[in-house]
Design a protein around this ligand. Sequence first.
Ligand code: SF4
Length: 347
Amino acid sequence: MNIDLEQIVKPLLKWFQKEKRDLPWRKTNDSYRIWISEIMLQQTRVEAVKEYYKRFLDELPTLKELAMVEEDQLLKLWQGLGYYSRARNLHKCAKILIEQGKTELPRDYEKLKKLPGIGPYAAASIGSIAYQLKTPAIDGNVLRVMTRIHEDSRDIMKQKVREEYFLKLSKIMPNNTRDFTESLMELGALICLPNGFPLCQSCPLSFICQSYKNQTMLQYPVKKKIEKRKREEKTILILEYKDKIAIQKRPDNGLLASLYEFESINEKLSLEELKKYLNQKKIKIMNIKQLKEAKHIFSHLEWHMVGYHIICKILPEKEYLWVTKEELETKYSLPTAIMIYAKDLKK
Ligand code: SF4
């Protein structure tokens, strides 16, 4: 359906002025801060990001400080947000820019897109929010609004669909690029909701929306089914010896790279099976306590875990990094997936 999108600009901006949420990253024009917020907001809820955003910028207020920080400290600041590759890419990116003698992110969409961790969406957001570039940010929220307005039943995972909306929206983008980008995102987050019925009665774009007119809102957007997640079972072993806990660093590549973890076994063991296993590994036990079962969902993978807290009688043969509970909490970054067991240690 061909729609004159120009008509959405004024009502959308007017609505945004009245309804926008008061968010910390909306109070700054600093591209560094806007970049940090955009990366944090990917795959994380706004409410959860607020606290991390403040803490991160209190510690690392400039691009230079981010470039200089130790990776372990950076991952600690990120702990709990998940998707740690985002933090590593921020780090890489800051180092590249500082090495090039820059003090801020490039003011160019194509150059932004070439930096680690900055894809077309983040480049467009940073460009339009911080630098007044006419680069509309096309994310799931915006695609939902657009496909509903147009009754567009094409698969939104297709690059071509995204590119087409990028082009359409860049043509109608007003000079106030920041408000335009944020207003579309805000409409998707507050009104044109992803699950269940959108709040069309309160929508400033209902006058033009084809799916509202035909009451077909729930048929859009069309998204190809994601492949089923792989399931893995694990037994997490918290080994304790003389009030210290055994941890080890994960490899520098792959899932949860460079984070610290407890010893683990790639299957779920019962208490009896575990005792046999420990015996084979010559780990002498003073006490053993079964912890609750837990599940963690990654985008492509599910971990189904059972945990055991084991007080060792003698130092196990395998080399570990032995740390106090306080160090574990303040110095080493553990993946969110196993935090539930680390928290258990506090009790
Ligand atoms: S009218 Fe309803 S479906 Fe259409 S854009 Fe607004 S909230 Fe979304």
